[in-house]
Design a protein around this ligand. Structure first.
Ligand SMILES: Nc1ncnc2c1ncn2[C@@H]1O[C@H](COP(=O)(O)OP(=O)(O)OP(=O)(O)O)[C@@H](O)[C@H]1O
Length: 240
């Protein structure tokens, strides 16, 4: 479970996040949808302890990330690619992550298999395609068998087969009782996979709820999205 409550973030005089509140529940895939610059990555970075909020709270399984005893066993995340050193092999990178988090080494082979990189374990990361890098990032996220997955724009660089594979993996994770939060600016991807939706625009939440409820009354998610985010922009312009 992920709980974000009244999160505010300022950089100097700029408001990046304003009273951001939402939940991502177990057993559900939650899509975090918003245009470029809306504040998705900023929210996820605070949630994962990589940045501090000006005020408010962001909790993973009831605790701030920095207070988690075994972070990688609680939440797996992929932000900005794999984070692996380019001169390392995929296997070395994962072994290093496993060792530094007290995760048994056997998990390395298991996650390489799970993400479809079993044959690329001894390849240097510098030779990986964008999609392979995404798969490696996901492998690291899965190492500690966490209940929660947080993924920033996970379909970037994946081909259609890769997207379908990821969708199935995330669905299986949620069906097994896991929590999945994935950010995207691609409505079609989110519509295909999310059970619940959090729409953000200009650092403010424009809508939260089951995908079906949010799109009710609109032809599709795209129409709902533009109606909701235009509304949020209009209110920033002083209409409220
Ligand atoms: N390190 C930083 N310093 C200054 N401003 C930043 C920094 N990181 C993000 N911002 C600003 O915060 C706002 C929100 O950016 P953020 O990256 O969270 O959006 P996003 O929804 O993830 O967008 P995208 O889909 O483009 O990744 C933007 O206006 C961005 O310019």
């Amino acid at each position: 479970m992920l709980s974000i409550d009244n999160l505010n973030k300022r950089r100097g005089s700029r408001v990046i996040l304003s009273d951001v509140t939402f939940r991502a529940e177990p057993g559900r895939v939650t899509g975090f949808l918003g245009p470029n610059g809306a504040g998705k990555s900023s929210t996820l970075r605070i949630l994962l302890g990589l940045d501090r909020a000006t005020s408010g709270s962001a909790l993973v399984a009831g605790l701030p990330y920095r207070s988690l005893r075994s972070p990688l066993r609680t939440v797996g995340s992929v932000l900005d690619g794999s984070g692996a050193h380019r001169s390392r092999t995929a296997r070395d990178h994962l072994a290093w992550v496993a060792r530094s988090n007290g995760i048994p080494r056997r998990r390395v082979g298991e996650v390489l298999e799970q993400v479809g990189l079993a044959d690329a374990g001894r390849t240097r990361v510098s030779r990986f395609s964008l999609g392979m890098g995404q798969r490696l990032g996901l492998a690291a996220a899965l190492l500690g068998e966490p209940g929660v997955l947080v993924l920033d724009e996970p379909v970037n660089g994946l081909d259609p087969e890769g997207i379908r594979w990821l969708r199935r993996l995330l669905r299986a994770h949620a069906d097994a009782g896991g929590t999945v939060l994935l950010s995207s600016h691609l409505m079609s991807e989110v519509a295909e996979i999310a059970d619940d939706l959090v729409v953000i625009s200009g650092g403010r939440i424009a809508a939260t709820g089951p995908l079906r409820e949010i799109t009710a009354g609109y032809g599709n998610l795209e129409e709902a999205f533009f109606a909701l985010t235009d509304g949020a922009r209009a209110s920033e312009g002083g209409h409220r």
